[in-house]
Design a protein around this ligand. Structure first.
Ligand SMILES: [Zn+2]
Length: 180
């Protein structure tokens, strides 16, 4: 599949498919969006929000959640705010998210099936990695979004002037519902 992508890419560049996407690194709408890596949102989310190339900083991970106040998501937001002019943040969960009800025990079972040894798992446990919290999903998408909002609003490095709002997007219709 990557080979297909590479051959498409050569054609894209040759035919100057990039012309209509030319912009700069500063987000025109001064907005950052944190959402899920879900495949249904790849094109639906920007289209449903009216976001085009150059408009926003898009940050994605499994669940669109903030796992750690000093992890990679917050790091990205800090750069977006202080260096790139972002003034508003949207945290967007979505319906039928794969991270919902994610079970760390099941994931560990799948790791074992693919050859990860008990010894390796014990070693990681010994190093202080808490699989339960690292690999567990959330029960309710609204609660997950609210938890992320709380982390951001209380974060010592995020200025009070930044507007932070939470939403759930319908994975089929693209409709946004504000969480609070
Ligand atoms: Zn998801």
């Amino acid at each position: 599949m990557i080979e297909d992508i590479l051959s498409h890419n050569r054609k894209f560049v040759e035919e100057k498919g990039y012309d209509k996407f030319i912009t700069n690194k500063y987000p025109d709408k001064k907005i950052a969006v944190l959402s899920c890596m879900d495949t249904r949102l790849t094109a639906l989310l920007p289209e449903a929000l009216g976001i085009k190339n150059g408009d926003a900083k898009m940050i994605k991970n499994a669940g669109g959640a903030i796992a750690h106040p000093f992890g990679s998501v917050v790091r990205s937001l800090i750069v977006a705010i202080y260096d790139l002019g972002v003034e508003e943040i949207m945290v967007i969960g979505h319906t039928d998210c794969g991270t919902q009800h994610m079970d760390s025990a099941k994931l560990i079972g799948k790791m074992k099936e693919r050859g990860v040894s008990e010894e390796t798992l014990n070693l990681i446990d010994y190093c202080g990695i808490d699989f339960e919290s690292w690999l567990s999903g959330f029960e309710c998408v609204e609660d997950s979004v609210k938890a992320s909002l709380k982390t951001l609003k209380e974060h010592p490095l995020i200025p009070d002037s930044i507007s932070i709002r939470g939403f759930v997007i319908d994975s089929t219709t693209g409709e946004l519902t504000e969480t609070e």
